[in-house]
Design a protein around this ligand. Structure first.
Ligand code: ANZ
Length: 596
């Protein structure tokens, strides 16, 4: 009561909030509509929220308060401030709620957005509500679909068979977050990895640019480092090993491994392939087939995380065949083990137990030979552990192959081995990335429909033309899974059936939808020009308006001359949860590079 007397917030706040609302105090006029472009600009952006049913949580106003203070400060300093708010409103919870209650996700989403807006306004934040956007509005997702078409045109969107989380009991594909310890979050049913045809985005084509361009970004170093680690560039070599039987007879197959340590080739005492490796069935001997099949089945039920970080003990099975180590001429066994991932490198490794801790643990368990080939520079190392650092090469010469790297430093030896395999035709230098292509489809209703159709007669995929956008989501009453793994949109039979406008041929629509990331990849551009129906963002509003009078066109030049000439891009400050600093920001950077 005392606090209330000192500060009667229930009188002051509503009064001012009504005043701001009425006068649209925080509206930022458009260029050409009263904006004084001789003033400097400041674009202050919050990560827009997912409007959940629970309303704002305390983490939201934490960041929003900081940006609000800054926005008010900059306005008072004479800046034109762009400080917008919108909604990342596609996503699973609205759809799950629809399944449970029969309420359409559109209704739930609109209700949640209203609640979020009221709450944000009651906190007195100075957003320009005239620029509010939602990823679920057709006027917005028209441009999300348009960007997808640009990516498709440039070969950056493609379809491939990739493993998804398939739950036979629920008859549905599950998102990673719906799978906990290998069982479905709902009901606790087993989930297996099953290959399905999916849309993918070729973000790996931009791996180098995404990495190199980080140097030019004015971002916190810790976030840049997280992105560097995620991209995970590694330099090494691909080496070919010929598969042989126990007597050393050539089986006609070549197994290619990826290694960052070609220097350790004399210490490679066995090879390991991932359980999904395509050559595994042909490498499996008849005696070992039952063991191998049982093993691969169990591995299929584990996620990558369970196979690597979470796995307490390494497991594996001998395939029954062997390979010839090209450096030593020795015959070494080929094993299958799930600590080797199909999705990285070549899905096969040369195991060097003396110098790699994973291989070391495995070799001890299965009594495989351990041969030291690197000696620490100071001679000290723990005999019980793998010595993983660089050093001086030992035990590394062979008269049969003619290769001798003894006495060399690891790094020199690695170069020597790489050029030796290259000149003998069984290997090459190779750069690899941890970054994977982006799985860009969900078997869900509440997301952006893909703007493509498939012709009935040839199954050919045909992109929609720009004037057919937006392709809006059909109304649907039943959002429950189909039971076959097909997305719920297959139930909208009238919507799925269509004709190709160009040829008049009967066709069907794509029924998976885009993931929630899609809409949030580019909203920072839309806020600069939220109502434009003819283009995603007017370049003049995003880039340098004054420079149209000058001969210079590069933004760097314009920034150099005067900050006021760059409208509104780039975002000057962006505040949000660090948990989004890898994927969201990486995806957004990729979309910008790939489509603009
Ligand atoms: C032989 C070797 C000897 C290795 C040694 C390491 C140390 P980064 O740096 O992450 O790229 N590897 C390759 N492909 C793999 C896969 N699909 N699944 C699991 N492990 C894989 O690591 C590359 C190293 O990880 C490669 O170099 C390979 O082991 C392993 F003393 O080859 B190395």
């Amino acid at each position: 009561a005392q606090a209330r007397r000192a500060y009667p917030y229930d009188e002051i706040e509503p009064r001012w909030q009504a005043h701001w609302e009425e006068r649209r105090t925080f509206r930022t006029p458009d260029i050409g509509d009263g904006l004084d472009t001789s003033r400097p600009k400041c674009y202050i952006l919050d990560m827009f929220p997912y409007p959940s049913g629970a309303g704002l949580h305390v983490g939201h106003p934490l960041g929003y308060t900081a940006t609000d203070i800054l926005s008010r400060f900059k306005r008072m300093k004479g800046f034109n401030v762009l400080h917008p708010m919108g909604w990342d409103a596609f996503g699973l919870p609205a759809e799950q709620y629809a399944i449970q209650t029969g309420t359409h996700p559109k209704t739930t989403t609109a209700r949640n957005i209203d609640r979020f807006r009221i709450q944000l306004k009651s906190l007195g934040f100075s957003y320009d509500w005239d620029r509010e956007i939602s990823t679920t509005e057709p006027a917005y997702y028209k441009w999300t679909q348009w960007i997808f078409l640009q990516l498709l045109k440039r070969g950056l969107a493609y379809q491939a068979e990739v493993p998804v989380n398939w739950c036979p009991a629920l008859g549905t594909v599950l998102a990673n977050e719906e799978v906990i310890d290998g069982v479905s979050e709902r009901g606790g049913y087993p989930v297996i990895r099953k290959p399905m045809r999916q849309w993918m985005l070729r973000i790996t084509s931009y791996a180098d640019r995404l990495l190199e361009d980080l140097d030019d970004l004015d971002w916190p170093e810790s976030i840049k480092e997280m992105q560097r680690n995620w991209i995970g560039r590694s330099e090494g070599a691909e080496l070919e090993f010929c598969a042989v039987d126990q007597e050393g007879h050539d089986l006609g197959a070549k197994l290619t491994v990826y290694t960052t340590r070609p220097d350790t080739i004399f210490g490679a005492t066995y090879l390991v392939v991932a359980p999904e490796h395509v050559l595994l069935p042909s490498l499996t001997s008849e005696e070992q087939r039952a063991h191998v099949e049982e093993y691969t089945e169990v591995a299929a039920r584990k996620s990558e995380l369970e196979r690597t970080e979470l796995q307490k003990e390494k497991t594996g099975v001998f395939s029954g065949s062997y390979a010839k180590n090209p450096a030593t001429g020795e015959i070494i066994p080929i094993w299958v083990a799930d600590y080797v991932l199909a999705s990285y490198g070549t899905g096969a490794i040369m195991a060097v137990p003396a110098h790699d801790s994973r291989d070391h643990e495995f070799a001890l368990k299965y009594e495989l030979p351990i041969i030291k080939v690197v000696s620490p520079p100071n001679g000290n190392c723990d005999p019980e552990e793998a010595y993983a650092d660089d050093g001086i090469m030992i035990n590394s010469s062979s008269s049969s192959s003619g290769l001798n790297i003894n006495g060399m430093l690891s790094q020199d030896a690695a170069l020597e081995v790489t050029s030796w395999v290259e000149s003998n035709g069984f290997g090459k230098k190779k750069v690899n990335y941890k970054l994977r292509d982006w799985l860009f489809a969900r078997q869900r209703y509440w997301g952006e429909p893909f703007p493509v159709i498939y012709l009935d007669d040839t199954n050919e995929m045909v992109p929609l033309t720009e004037n057919q956008l937006p392709l809006t989501l059909p109304e649907l009453d039943d959002f429950t899974p189909t039971g076959t793994g097909e997305p719920p949109l297959t139930k909208a039979a009238d919507w799925v059936r269509t004709t190709d406008v160009l040829t008049g041929k009967p066709a069907r629509r794509e029924t998976s939808t885009m993931p929630q990331w899609a809409g949030s990849c580019w909203y920072y551009l839309r806020f600069m020009d939220p109502k434009n129906s003819s283009t995603l963002v007017d370049k003049a509003k995003e880039r340098c308006i004054l420079l149209s009078h000058l001969i210079f066109s590069k933004r760097c030049v314009c920034n150099f001359f005067s900050i006021s000439c760059s409208y509104w891009g780039p975002v000057d400050i962006y505040v949000g949860g660090a948990e989004h600093s890898v994927l969201h920001l990486l995806y957004a950077r990729f979309w910008h590079k790939g489509s603009v």
